[in-house]
Design a protein around this ligand. Structure first.
Ligand code: CMC
Length: 427
C-alpha cells in the first residue's frame, strides 16, 4: 500500500481517506471498497476507470504500445517461444525448465481426444450453425463429462481440468469446421505439436497423407501465443465474474467464449474480412474512409480500448502476414493489397491520428487465417482456442485468492419510484 491517500469530501462535513495501492507497472488504484459505508457507490459503466481485480499475469502499457506476459515482452516471446511455453508461463508465473516444458507438452498431448459422446453432440447442430455457437455449446457441455472439475479447490483436480481444456480446444474447434462442411472428423496425432495438430485436424483427410507446412504451423502458433491473454478484457472479465460464483471452470470458460463472439471483441477479425469484401476494390478506399469519418460505421481492426499507440501484437502479425503470404505465393492477393492500401490511407489521415486509432491485431490476423485456408466464420473460434489459456490462468488466479467474493456490481437506479400494482381493468 502507498503512503498516498485520496480524500473524498462529501460536502456534509464528512470526509473519507481512501487508501492507494501501488502497481508495479501502470496506474495505481484507489481502494473504493469502503465507499459504500458512506452512502455512495462509484459509478463507472463499462469499467472505464475500474480495476476489478489484482493480477500478476499480464500487463498492457497502452500509451507505449507494449504487452507483457508475466513481465516478458510479447515480442520476445513471439520470437523465441511457443504457445504452449507461453501457456506454462501464464499459468505458473515462470518460464519452464526443459523438463517442465517437456512434461507440460506431454500432459497436454495426452488429453487431446474428446469423449466419444461429443461426436453425437455435434450431430445435433445445424450444419450452418456459426462455429462460435457450437464452441460455446461444446465447451459448456464438457462440464457434463468432467463433473470432478467442480472440485477445483483441490490443486490436482484444478491442474488436470486446466490441461484438459487447453488440450481439447484445438480438437473441438477443428470439429466445428469439419462438421460445417460435412468432412469426417480427424483424430489428434500425438507426434504433432499443438499448432501442427490443429492444422492437421482442420485440413487432413483420412484418404491422403498430410504434411503440415512448418512456416504455416509456426505462424499459426504465433497467432495463438499473441492472443493467449490480454489482461482484463471483456471475455476474461466475464470468465472471472462467472467463476466468482464457484461454478464449474468449463462453464465459466463457455461464458467467456460467448462474450468473445461479439464484433467489438473477438469477432473483429471476421468483421475486418467482411469489411474488406464490402469495400471490394482499392479505388473505393477513400470513399469508405470518408464514411468512417462521418461516423456511418467504424473501421474494423482499428482502435483499442487500452492501446492508444500501436498494438505490439499488430506489428508482429503484420510481419507474419508477409511471411505467410510469401510462402503461399499469395502476396499479390487483391484482398491483401486492399488491406495495405486501407492501412496506409488510415494511418496518414488526421481523423485516425487525432483519435489515436492504429491497426490492432485483428486487422492482420484475419488475412493470415484466410490465406492459410481457415474460413472467416472460424476466425473467432481460433481466437477462443488461443484465449482459453488466458481465461484459465486468470480464473486460476482468482479462485486461489484467499478471500474470494462473488462479483456483484451495484447500479445507479433511475427507474420508477415504488408504486402499487394496478389491476388490469383500471390501467
Ligand atoms: N473506427 C472509427 N472510429 C473509431 C474506431 C474505429 N474503429 N474506434 C474508435 N473510434 C472513435 C469513436 O467514434 C470515438 O470518436 P469520438 O470521440 O469522435 O466520438 C472515439 O474513437 C473513441 O471511441 P470509443 O468507442 O469510446 O473507444 P473504445 O476504446 O471504447 O473502443 C473499440 C474500443 C475496440 C471497441 C473500438 O476502437 C472499435 O470499435 N474498433 C473496431 C472493432 C475492433 O477492431 N475491435 C478489436 C479490438 S482488438 C481485439 C481485442 O483485444 O479484443
Amino acid at each position: 500500500m502507498s503512503k498516498k491517500q485520496v480524500i473524498i469530501d462529501f460536502g456534509d462535513g464528512r470526509k473519507v481517506e481512501l487508501p492507494v495501492f501501488d502497481a508495479t507497472l501502470g496506474q495505481n488504484v484507489v481502494d473504493m471498497r469502503n465507499l459504500g459505508k458512506y452512502g455512495y457507490w462509484s459509478y463507472d459503466p463499462a469499467f472505464l476507470s475500474t480495476a476489478a481485480c489484482e493480477s500478476k499475469i499480464t500487463f498492457i502499457d497502452g500509451d507505449a504500445g507494449q504487452l507483457f506476459y508475466r513481465g516478458y515482452p510479447v515480442e520476445q516471446l513471439a520470437e523465441h517461444s511457443t504457445h504452449l511455453e507461453g501457456a506454462y508461463l501464464l499459468l505458473n508465473g515462470e518460464l519452464p525448465t526443459q523438463k517442465e516444458k517437456d512434461d507440460f507438452e506431454r500432459e497436454i498431448t495426452l488429453h487431446t481426444m474428446l469423449n466419444d459422446q461429443i461426436y453425437s453432440l455435434f450431430k445435433g447442430f445445424r450444419r450452418d450453425a456459426h462455429p462460435m455457437a457450437m464452441v460455446t455449446g461444446v465447451v459448456g457441455a464438457l462440464a457434463a463429462f468432467y463433473p470432478d472439475s467442480f472440485y477445483f479447490k483441490d490443486p490436482k483436480i484444478r491442474k488436470i481440468s486446466i490441461q484438459r481444456l487447453i488440450a481439447k480446444m484445438p480438437t473441438l474447434t477443428a470439429m466445428c469446421y469439419r462438421y460445417t462442411y460435412g468432412l469426417p472428423f480427424m483424430f489428434p496425432q500425438n507426434k504433432l505439436n499443438y499448432a501442427e495438430n490443429f492444422l492437421y485436424m482442420m485440413f487432413a483427410t483420412p484418404c491422403e497423407d498430410y504434411v503440415v507446412n512448418p512456416v504455416i504451423a509456426k505462424a499459426f502458433d504465433r497467432i495463438l501465443l499473441l492472443h493467449a491473454d490480454h489482461e482484463q478484457n471483456a471475455s476474461t472479465s466475464t470468465v472471472r465474474i462467472a467463476g466468482s460464483s464457484g461454478t464449474h471452470p468449463f462453464s465459466a470458460v463457455a461464458a467467456g467464449v460467448a462474450c468473445l463472439w461479439g464484433p467489438s471483441h473477438g469477432g473483429a477479425n471476421e468483421a475486418v474480412l467482411k469489411m474488406l469484401t464490402e469495400i471490394g476494390d482499392e479505388s473505393k478506399v477513400d470513399e469508405y474512409v470518408a464514411g468512417v469519418k462521418d461516423k456511418k460505421y467504424r473501421l474494423m481492426g482499428f482502435g483499442h480500448r487500452v492501446y492508444k499507440n500501436t498494438d505490439p501484437r499488430a506489428s508482429i502479425m503484420r510481419k507474419t502476414c508477409y511471411e505467410v503470404l510469401e510462402v503461399l505465393g499469395k502476396k499479390d492477393d487483391p484482398l491483401f493489397k486492399l488491406a495495405m492500401k486501407l492501412e496506409q490511407v488510415a494511418l496518414s489521415d488526421d481523423y485516425f491520428i487525432s483519435h489515436k486509432l492504429y491497426p490492432n491485431v485483428d486487422f492482420y490476423s484475419g488475412i493470415i487465417l484466410r490465406a492459410i485456408g481457415i474460413p472467416d466464420s472460424m476466425f473467432t473460434a481460433v481466437f477462443a482456442l488461443a484465449r482459453t489459456v488466458g481465461w484459465l490462468a486468470q480464473w486460476q488466479e482468482m479462485i486461489t485468492e484467499p478471500d474470494i467474493k462473488i462479483s456483484r456490481p451495484r447500479q445507479l437506479y433511475t427507474g420508477s419510484v415504488a408504486r402499487n400494482y394496478v389491476p388490469i381493468e383500471q390501467r
